[in-house]
Design a protein around this ligand. Structure first.
Ligand SMILES: NC(=O)c1ccc[n+]([C@@H]2O[C@H](COP(=O)([O-])OP(=O)(O)OC[C@H]3O[C@@H](n4cnc5c(N)ncnc54)[C@H](O)[C@@H]3O)[C@@H](O)[C@H]2O)c1
Length: 439
């Protein structure tokens, strides 16, 4: 089948490359000329493990190419995926659908025969109806169906997630579109990934419900972590104790500095707004959003407390800037709020991240970026672990102890053990685990 993928970002580029790898012929279209230029020269504009090799092999096999011309990509396509951004709209938190609607208008002008238009972007309930209306209004005679096919991949594990998904959700009531979608995903359900057909609105809502539920799970364990700190419990043991219950499950029960990233913050907010508009408020999600917002600055207070109540003039080394490991994505990363709050308190920040420094430079000012974790620790009054990159899991702790101005470590991802850190002479604090000294 021939596919046009509109938007060659984290989702579009991964999905496009994976569909090509299944044997389909894919053209990725993006309005960002620099991105397309880079891709044509074999450069990958984002960091995602395995993506460079996947793109290169499919380009070589002539199943994958790139263009800024939507008309060129769409003209012969059986299916056109919309994978453009849907960020929070400034001011009210609703999803900004302007990129989706622009893509719909452009697609309307370019289709030449029966085409399935698929929204892969995360879009509020009813967006498919509007995309259909836009295409119909622009091209009354066009033959098409609009389908919702939300994407559930995670950055950092995007290729595996796309190729071995827990499920594929397809929202359509059009029989012809159903057949096209079945054909596109055939290699996956042969591999036993369930293909779940629903109505279009249900599919749209399913994506938000999934993200809101996961954000709730994270926020729940974060609050239990705070309680553990007060009562002398260990949140990792609680998480294991509840996670082994199959009804609960062990995933997304890692206490930390609060969820961030390009999806959970904006999607929880957008769901909340949709629900309010429809008079069916999602109060649990509203609380999750409020609790998580508070949490990031609370992490900066934790650092301040570890330094005796003030960070003024102190040097804080930060390990990890991206919202999670194995990505360069800085969108809504907790590090931004934490670092900004520490700077507000007068701290001097030195930071290291294996892949995120270039993106971090675009959103954080007055940070000294260093090229390895030891340089972040050197002369620092405190070292804060914000993102749990593997490279931070086995640091030479003796060396770090010897090079810091004060041996203070605040581990916001619980990657070290309190007893071990204390025996090495660190003043160590973490999330939801009382230190030996506290107990
Ligand atoms: N990033 C994730 O992990 C993830 C996971 C699941 C779903 N999603 C959803 O997928 C969508 C895309 O997210 P992303 O992270 O890939 O965004 P992104 O910002 O990385 O990529 C979007 C791309 O679309 C391009 N674009 C915008 N308007 C265009 C147009 N009219 N024509 C062609 N290209 C256009 C932009 O230049 C950009 O390259 C969002 O709705 C997001 O919520 C993201």
């Amino acid at each position: 089948m021939r596919i046009a993928m509109i938007g060659a970002g984290y989702v579009g580029l991964v999905s496009g490359a994976c569909f090509a790898d299944f044997g389909h012929t894919v053209t990725c279209v993006d309005t960002h000329a620099g991105k397309i230029q880079a891709l044509k020269q074999g450069e990958i504009p984002i960091y995602e493990p395995g993506l460079a090799e996947l793109v290169a092999s499919n380009v070589k096999a002539e199943r994958l190419d790139f263009t800024t011309s939507l008309a060129e990509g769409v003209a012969e396509a059986d299916a056109v995926f919309i994978a453009v951004g849907t960020p929070s709209r400034r001011g009210d938190g609703h999803a900004d659908l302007s990129y989706v609607y622009q893509a719909a208008r452009d697609i309307a002008g370019a289709i030449s025969r029966y085409t399935v238009v698929v929204t892969k972007s995360t879009v509020p309930v009813g967006t498919g109806d509007e995309v259909e209306r836009i295409i119909r209004e622009t091209r009354a005679e066009a033959e098409f169906a609009v389908v919702s096919n939300p994407e559930f991949l995670r950055e950092g594990a995007a290729i595996t997630d796309f190729k071995r998904p827990d499920r594929i959700v397809v929202g359509t009531e059009d029989e012809r579109a159903r057949q096209v979608m079945t054909e596109l995903y055939r290699p996956l359900f042969l591999n036993q990934s369930p293909l779940l057909f629903t109505s279009r609105r249900t599919a749209e809502l399913t994506k938000y419900a999934a993200n809101a539920f996961l954000a709730t799970k994270i926020t729940f364990i974060n609050e239990i972590a705070d309680l553990c700190e007060q009562v002398g419990g260990n949140v990792q043991d609680v998480a294991r104790g509840i996670g082994l219950d199959n009804r609960i499950g062990s995933k997304f029960l890692h206490a930390g500095p609060g969820y961030g990233g390009s999806c959970f913050p904006k999607d929880t907010l957008a769901l909340m707004k949709t629900a309010q508009d429809y008079g069916a408020p999602v109060r649990i999600v509203e609380t999750v959003v409020a609790v998580n917002d508070q949490r990031k600055r609370a992490m900066a207070r934790k650092v301040t407390e570890a330094l005796g109540g003030s960070v003024r003039g102190k040097t804080v080394g930060v390990l990890g800037l991206t919202f999670k490991p194995n990505t360069d994505d800085m969108r809504d990363a907790p590090s931004i709020a934490i670092i900004t709050a520490l700077q507000d308190g007068g701290a001097v920040i030195k930071a290291h991240d294996p892949e995120g420094i270039e993106q971090a430079k675009l959103v954080l000012d007055n940070v000294t970026y260093v090229d390895n974790p030891y340089h972040a620790a050197e002369g620092a009054d405190a070292l804060v672990i914000v993102t749990e990159w593997d490279a931070f899991r086995a640091l030479d702790l003796k060396r770090i102890h010897g090079m810091m101005a004060q041996p203070v470590v605040i581990d916001l991802r619980n990657i070290y053990r309190p007893d071990e850190m204390e025996s090495l002479g660190f003043r160590y604090s973490s999330i939801g685990r009382r230190t030996v000294a506290d107990a």
